[in-house]
Design a protein around this ligand. Structure first.
Ligand code: ADP
Ligand code: MG
Length: 400
């Protein structure tokens, strides 16, 4: 009995002794909740995103994407992510800079696409790659590099995150780069982030990041995974091998010149005659404006069957069927690299355990349907917003 009450007394004293620790932990958690220290960033060709793991509930959060566009205004200020400035300052507004990272200017000379940019692209001295010539107020030009543009975008993403969270501790970052980037291009990508004051703690291939967003590396039933990434200007397909929590890149294929912009072009071409003034033979709707409206209609037709485009005093009802028949060729071309990847790897569709869809253009129902048919009726993974999958994967990896 005496022993019993002695033990109780010791237990009671111990509880009192550890009470301050409990109180401190409880208040510490509420007064000083755990902070985000590591983040994931997808520095994309047309859009960039930052994501992080919420330390309170371990879910990944993604901030609204920022268009990968930087305007170097004549007064010396930089504006990041405002496509409207393209109209007002076409020679000062640089976009798609990622396409020029670590490439030699000589590779681009004579490329028709180069002359479609409203800004001036030049070769830097002694084979240092490509630069963008931006007029400044003193009638002199300033040359910016893809590194400068990337640094501005990353700085802006970080600034928005600091704004959102209210503190600055997240300086460690996991980044992603296209699987077909060379070592030099990957080093330059890392440099962009370091120049923006961040510490790169990991670099993933974009398809690997997308697979990680779906947690495929944790699934024992997964081995062969295909990542199909169809963005604004390019199509990238990758074959991954997943085993024991590791993801290995086996092969890549793609089309550097096939993206959502090509869907806009074929759709535009099929619709343009409806906005033609038959008497004068001239377009009633300005080409540039019609193109913008066509892109909006294309995106709407991914979720509705019918929409309309009004331009130059004409209005026309347009159906998803119109889009699919106008863009039949482009939609077919989008399957070519996928078939080739399977053929080169000597794989049947049934050998593939999962297909992950990434990039805005994979929202087109017809491409989802065609890929489902190619894989014997098994639909690809589309639960995660295809624009955010790479950033989510990078954020997950940053917490591993
Ligand atoms: P990138 O990886 O090149 O930065 P994104 O993944 O952001 O590009 O994809 C941009 C492309 O996705 C654009 O061509 C855009 O029109 C297209 N897109 C976005 N949403 C949709 C949609 N709902 N339906 C069809 N295409 C879409
Ligand atoms: Mg992308």
């Amino acid at each position: 009995m005496a022993e019993d009450s002695g033990a109780k007394l010791i237990l009671c004293m111990l509880s009192i002794a550890v009470l301050p620790i409990w109180i401190k932990a409880f208040w510490g958690y509420h007064l000083f909740p755990p902070r985000v220290k590591t983040i994931g960033i997808d520095l994309g060709t047309t859009h960039s995103l930052v994501a992080f793991m919420d330390p309170l509930n371990f879910s990944v959060r993604v901030l609204k994407s920022v268009p990968s566009i930087v305007t170097f205004l004549p007064n010396g200020t930089r504006v990041v992510g405002n496509p409207q400035l393209l109209e007002e300052h076409p020679r000062h507004t640089i976009f798609e800079a990622k396409r020029f990272l670590g490439v030699s200017y000589e590779d681009y000379v004579g490329d028709e696409k180069l002359h479609n940019y409203p800004f001036e692209v030049t070769g830097l001295d002694s084979g240092q790659g490509v630069g963008f010539v931006v007029p400044s107020s003193s009638h002199k030009n300033t040359v910016y590099t893809p590194l400068d543009v990337g640094e501005s975008i990353v700085t802006e993403l970080h600034r928005r995150l600091v704004n959102y969270l209210g503190y600055k501790t997240m300086t460690k970052v996991v980044i992603a780069a296209p699987a077909e980037f060379t070592l030099k291009q990957k080093e330059l990508t890392t440099k962009i982030f370091e120049n923006a004051g961040l510490k790169v703690i990991g670099l993933l291939d974009e398809p690997t990041a997308a697979a990680m967003a779906y947690g495929l590396h944790d699934k024992t039933s997964m081995n062969h995974v295909i990542v199909y990434d169809w963005g604004g200007g390019t199509l990238d397909v990758a074959l991954l091998w997943v085993q024991n929590g590791n993801i290995q890149l086996l092969a890549t294929d793609g089309d550097r010149n096939l993206g959502g912009a090509d869907l806009d072009s074929c759709f535009l071409e099929s619709l343009a005659p409806h906005y033609l003034d038959t008497a004068s033979g001239k377009q009633k709707c300005h080409h540039h404006i019609l193109r913008q409206k066509v892109e909006i209609a294309k995106e709407q037709l991914s979720s509705v069957n019918v929409t309309s485009i009004s331009c130059g005093g004409r209005s026309k009802k347009i159906s998803r069927n119109d889009f699919e028949s106008g863009c039949k060729n482009v939609l077919e071309r989008a399957l070519v690299p996928l078939r080739k990847l399977l053929k080169d790897a000597r794989l049947n569709a049934s050998d593939v355990d999962a297909v992950v869809m990434v990039g805005g253009s994979t929202r087109v129902p017809s491409i989802r349907q065609k890929i489902t048919e190619l894989f014997d009726g098994i639909p690809p993974l589309t639960d995660i917003d295809p624009d955010t999958a790479v950033a989510i994967g990078a954020a997950r990896a940053s917490n591993d």
